[in-house]
Design a protein around this ligand. Structure first.
Ligand SMILES: *Cc1c(COP(=O)(O)O)cnc(C)c1O
Length: 376
């Protein structure tokens, strides 16, 4: 069986986990957490990076920092993971979904402005498949209307837009290190605080509402409860696992990109003949090969392809059920404008196996099976 995903493992994970155990520091914010945070700050030119327990809690932190009141509105795509939405719904915000662009499946930046009301506070930009949203336009709209921008860059670690790392462009960026992502710690994530005005509150929210971070830096002589908060910091055992990935981030990235390119090359003729649609990478975007998807003719063809591959022991999977049509989406949100592409394009999309150390043999089997399905 060729799985859809295999969690990344570089070989150094056990050594670092043992090191963490031997240091007698396995709670959060120890040496490995610091190493991971500082590595990301340097590598991505990020102002402040804080590891979290998941991509979802990174979004929760970003949402808390936005300080929304019940009834405030957040504009986001409907074609995204539930975490992008629930992070705001949990604090009483109303979700306003807009359509996606069919080429990248990202929020259609030309549809955002019409969805703004006097209640709008936040634009959530989710970078699908690690390919950037049109951030210049989104940031310009946000500045003109006084809105905050949260980047859901869960899939976008090591990707960039016009030379800027995804997650570092909006006010807040959110990464995921779930086992299905390019770099993993099992469950985990990071919040990037790009707007310096929010760093102190971010540290407090993450530390159960206390000023413990300031205390450790010697900036206050005792630590105390100063605000609301939660426990958003992961264990050192998880951070140690992540460190083994980050120190080999380029190797992982190059390996994934090579697999992505092999798929791309293998399906050029099918795309040219109009049988399938391949992903678009806009000129301003450098992606991280988080995902390789193709779009079939329609839902029926996609269903047939997935079962054709399954019979050949290959796991290919579709993606999001648009949030505006989900039970919670109906309850917490509304779709602004026409759903021209969200549902129709989502119905056509299928993701092929892609993971660190996918062998060329296995990949050739996937490629051949897809080509057999289309009779080429
Ligand atoms: C994976 C993912 C998340 C959630 O990350 P977790 O670490 O699983 O909580 C959020 N948004 C998007 C777009 C994702 O792909």
């Amino acid at each position: 069986m060729i799985p859809f995903n295999v969690p990344p493992c570089t070989g150094n994970e056990m050594n670092y986990i043992e090191e963490a155990i031997a240091s007698h520091k396995i709670c959060g914010d120890g040496a490995f957490t610091r190493r991971c945070n500082e590595w990301m700050e340097k590598r991505f030119h990020a102002h402040k990076v804080l590891l979290t327990t998941s991509g979802t809690t990174a979004l929760d932190m970003a949402s808390l920092l936005c300080d929304l009141k019940p009834g405030d509105e957040v504009i986001l795509p409907s074609f995204t993971f539930s975490s992008s939405a629930t992070a705001f719904a949990i604090y009483g915000a109303k979700l306003v979904f807009v359509d996606v662009r069919p080429d990248t499946m990202n929020i259609d930046e030309t549809k955002i402005e019409a969805a703004i009301t006097d209640k709008t506070r936040v634009i959530l930009a989710m970078h699908y498949a690690g390919v950037a949203c049109e951030m210049d336009t989104i940031m310009d709209i946000a500045h003109r209307h006084g809105l905050l921008v949260v980047e859901d860059a869960a899939q976008g670690v090591m990707s960039s837009y016009k030379g800027k790392a995804l997650g570092t462009i909006g006010d807040f960026g959110c990464y995921s290190f779930h086992e299905t992502k390019n770099y993993s710690m099992g469950e985990g994530g990071a919040v990037l605080v790009n707007n310096p005005a929010y760093v102190e509150r971010a540290e407090i929210l993450r530390e159960k509402g206390t000023n413990r971070s300031k205390f450790y830096r010697g900036q206050v002589d005792k630590y105390t409860w100063v605000d609301i908060g939660d426990s958003f910091l992961p264990s050192e055992l998880n951070a140690a696992y992540l460190w083994a990935q980050l120190e080999m981030a380029d190797e992982i990235n190059n390996d994934r990109l090579a697999s992505w390119q092999r798929y791309w090359d293998a399906f050029q003729d099918l795309a040219a003949a109009g049988r399938v649609t391949l992903p678009t990478i806009p000129a301003d975007c450098v992606h991280n090969a988080h995902m390789f998807y193709i779009k079939c003719k329609d839902l029926a063809e996609r269903t047939a392809l997935i079962s054709f591959l399954k019979e050949r022991d290959i796991l290919a999977v579709f993606h999001y059920v648009p949030l505006h049509s989900a039970p919670a989406g109906l309850r917490f949100g509304r779709f602004h404008g026409e759903d021209r592409y969200t549902t129709a394009e989502s119905d056509r999309l299928v993701r092929l196996p892609l993971y660190y150390k996918l062998t060329t043999e296995d990949q050739d089997r996937v490629i051949k099976a897809v080509r057999d399905f289309y009779g080429v």
